[in-house]
Ligand binder design. Sequence first.
Ligand code: ADP
Length: 430
Amino acid sequence: MYSHFTKLILSLAVAAVLGYLISGLTGLFAACCAVLLGYLFLHLYQINRLFRWLKSPKLNNLPRSGSGIWGNIFDTLLSQAKSRKKRKQKLSSALLHLNRIAEAIPNGVLLLDANGRIEWFNRPAAQHLNLDSTLDQNGILKNLVRAPEFHTFLQTAPDEQQPPEISIPIHTLHGIRNILITRSAFDKDQTLLVTQDITAAEQLNAARTDFVANVSHELRTPLTVINGFLETLIDMPDMPREQQQEFLGLMQHEGNRMLSLIADLLTLSRLESPHAEENRQPVNFSALIEQAAAEGGSLSQGRHTLTTDISPDIWVNGSQLDLYNAFSNLIFNAVRYTPAGGDIRICLQSEDEKHARFSVSDTGPGIAAEHLPRLTERFYRVDSGRSRHNGGTGLGLAITKHALAKHNSNLEIESRPGHGSTFSAVLETR
Ligand code: ADP
């Protein structure tokens, strides 16, 4: 600054001396005025350039001005603009990063202002509450989520220790979902809502409760029978030996039912456990089906015409035990559900170079279409009396389904009442 001022004084002094030498005092005065006007003009010109640049301050159109005070001013502005640009870039990438984090959180997050107007929400919140990411921005939330209990909930004062929460059903593109909404105070006059889709967790809970109820029921029935016989035996010590033997036989039958139920439960829990040890090895699939068919034959005791069409030497990779469980269940079911005199046909053939198809067809009663999708559910039976009479636990097809899933396969069922059933599966061969 000092040097610019010195320059002006020097220019004025030189002009004054020259003016004075050329035409005395008038010359001195005129020369000084000319220098001052020149300076004034120069500064007005630079101010104008600066003003124009300030109206749209872009880095690449900042005026250049070499040396001098304007050169310094423009250089300073340039370096400030550059560091501002860097800061802006950093901020916007941090913002982008935060936005990506907010989108990646599986929970929905939604910010409301004092009037219940939506200020911001992430994608999961839009999915959970069925909001439109663009149209519903700035909308009043209670007009968009129409559930009276939710409106009351929005008015509940949040508590830091125990933020209020509510679970409401929301109609979404994927059907009705149960959404848990937790409300906490955020900044002054703002409310933060966190949403979570708990449909699957609730279904799992319901399935668990159903399962416990089913198992208890299945175990209670044989235990009640055993208890009944025991009481009779205690009350009647003089019961004839033959009748005693009959009662003991029936008790043993019920005991065996409980044992097979527990064995099936353990198999199922092992198959469902993600931590279960995988015992994969080359398995002679043809031999395994031959063996299951032979056992099916002894179960039938000649009551059915059993035919087999098993290609030799088909090998797969997998667990011998799980595969045996899966396919023997299907064969035994065919035997157990087909009335005497019926036909059962067991096939294992190559499907293509890398796959083999197993199928077991029977001329049994067949299954109505409405039961087919639920047949592999645990304890699902078309006719529970008949299943129990046949010694079924209601877990056979659930075991088959899980065992096949472990071998990247699935159970195909074709059945029509009065026309028998065919259960089949395709496995990858070695
Ligand atoms: P269960 O121990 O009762 O046999 P499963 O899970 O093996 O249990 O089978 C479920 C139900 O599917 C059975 O209760 C039965 O009603 C029906 N089902 C299975 N296989 C056949 C079949 N081959 N023919 C007719 N119904 C069958």
